[in-house]
Design a protein around this ligand. Structure first.
Ligand SMILES: Nc1ncnc2c1ncn2[C@@H]1O[C@H](COP(=O)(O)OP(=O)(O)OP(=O)(O)O)[C@@H](O)[C@H]1O
Ligand SMILES: [Mg+2]
Length: 459
């Protein structure tokens, strides 16, 4: 079943073709002229079949107009004997095929099926490209702590429901891995999973990233672009750092969550999206709601099933299996046998406080692999990277939850400034070394400066 649009100025021809296609279970919409179709069509079609010779706008001009408008639907031209050379010209302009009149039912049906399959393939390619442009994290979730066992249970519970999932945790704790595990355990696993980082784009760009835009919707919109909600249809969409989404856009997100409808930027056509949404944050959204930086209604909508990922220092039991896993992964990637993590190394890893969480652990294990000269990784070669100044105070074990919530922020701030120093203030390198985005780094630095200014005497 496909949505087919038939354009022909000849009433009899149009009606009989429509009847043939309807009998083949297609949903057919007809127009007596190209202009009528261009001005009246409010939905998208899987295929356009148009007569070539029509008064005012002919089939070739119509095809060009569609392409100019960013419509990439396959087009089939119907030609009479004697106009075949124009049909060939149309093929060069991107028509899918042409068919010579008169034709019989089975011939057009077969051609329609091929064109529709072709169009679907093109759409799938677009989705695949979008997926490839984001490097997917492995969906394997490593961990033996109680907290991870709880999280695995929660993943299994929510996977096959449609509810929005809110994943809360510090940077690098594995929020994206959890999101991918939910997708992989759901009935949507064969469908695309796409991710958008809300902190990485300006408000306008984020809106068109999510919902797409029509050609000409704004300066620079030189072609139609489908948004993530369209591309992830029937699949899953991960919205990272949701707290950074602008309040206006939050309203549009709420609408697509509740009503499953949205519009492309610059379009008045309402589209439907069947998308499972997962959002992540490393903020306390309740506080943001109280400060009116985050919509309360959206917060309640997102918070139906929250998953909280504790920082790595609160689940020390996971450190060893994670370290072994990353150790094994590096070896596999480099095609050699794994180095052995000596007990002294594991001990050092367990003692450290991991401000960068699992991502930092992964970086350190990889670095140790590159730098270790023999087949063994020892504690002494790790300790320079496990900066003592950041470790918990004497007497406080890494396993104990930190009593003061501000301590973590303080450590993060020191780590950031220290890394900045090491790279001579180079932000891009600092962000890369910390495993965070450059915009995230910029925002953190801005926050620190504001706090410092506010605390200055006379401020
Ligand atoms: N439980 C886990 N098992 C295996 N790998 C993990 C696990 N947790 C985290 N990782 C790895 O650690 C890195 C960071 O994880 P991830 O990107 O999911 O963190 P995040 O919470 O989304 O971080 P951010 O807030 O910075 O986006 C990734 O390379 C991921 O593969
Ligand atoms: Mg993430």
């Amino acid at each position: 079943m496909a949505r087919v649009c038939v354009v022909d100025d000849n009433d009899m021809m149009r009606d009989s073709l429509a009847a043939t296609l309807a009998a083949a279970q297609h949903e057919v919409t007809t127009f007596p002229s190209a202009q009528d179709m261009l001005s009246a069509a409010t939905e998208s079609f899987d295929l356009v079949i148009t007569d070539l010779k029509m008064p005012r706008m002919d089939g070739v001009a119509f095809l060009q107009k569609l392409r100019q408008n960013g419509v990439e639907t396959p087009v089939i031209l119907m030609t009479a004997y004697g106009t075949i050379h124009s049909a060939v010209q149309a093929m060069r302009l991107g028509a899918f095929d042409y068919i010579t009149k008169p034709f019989d039912g089975p011939a057009i049906e077969a051609l329609v099926d091929r064109a529709v399959a072709h169009g679907r393939l093109q759409r799938e390619n677009e989705v695949l490209k979008a997926e490839l442009s984001e490097k997917p994290a492995p969906s394997q979730l490593i961990g033996i702590s109680e907290a991870m066992a709880e999280i695995s249970k929660r993943i299994a519970q929510v996977a096959n429901s449609q509810v929005t999932v809110l994943i809360v945790g510090e940077s690098g704790t594995g929020k994206e891995v959890i999101a991918r595990a939910i997708h992989a355990a759901s009935g949507r696993r064969e469908k695309p999973m796409l991710a958008v980082n809300c902190a990485a784009l300006s408000r306008g760009l984020l809106e068109s990233e999510l919902f797409g835009h029509e050609k000409g919707a704004f300066t620079g919109a030189d072609r139609l672009r489908r948004g993530r909600f369209e591309l992830a249809d029937d699949g899953t969409l991960l919205l990272d750092e949701i707290s950074e989404m602008d309040l206006n856009l939050q309203a549009k997100l709420l609408r697509v969550l509740q009503e499953k409808t949205f519009e492309r930027v610059g379009s008045s056509i309402t589209r439907r999206a069947n998308v499972r949404v997962i959002v992540t944050t490393n903020r306390d959204l309740k506080v943001w709601v109280a400060q009116r930086r985050f919509r309360a209604d959206l917060y309640y909508r997102l918070n139906v099933v929250p998953i909280t990922v504790p920082p790595l220092r609160q689940r020390v039991a996971d450190i060893e299996p994670l370290a072994e896993y990353f150790n094994f992964q590096v070896a596999q990637r480099e095609g050699r046998s794994a180095k052995r993590l000596e007990e002294s190394a594991l001990e050092a890893l367990r003692r450290y406080s991991w401000p960068g969480n699992v991502r930092e652990l992964q970086n350190i294990v990889e670095r140790a692999n590159v730098l270790a000269e023999g087949p063994v990784i020892r504690g002494s070669s790790l300790s320079p990277w496990l900066d003592g100044s950041l470790a918990p105070e004497a007497g406080e074990t890494a396993a104990a939850p930190l009593a003061d919530g501000r301590l973590m922020e303080e450590m993060e701030k020191r780590l950031i400034y220290q890394t900045l120093d090491r790279f001579g203030g180079h932000r891009a390198r600092t962000a890369r070394a910390l495993g965070i985005g450059i915009r995230t780094l910029g925002m953190k630095l801005k926050n620190y400066r504001q706090v410092e200014l506010a605390m200055m005497p006379g401020a």
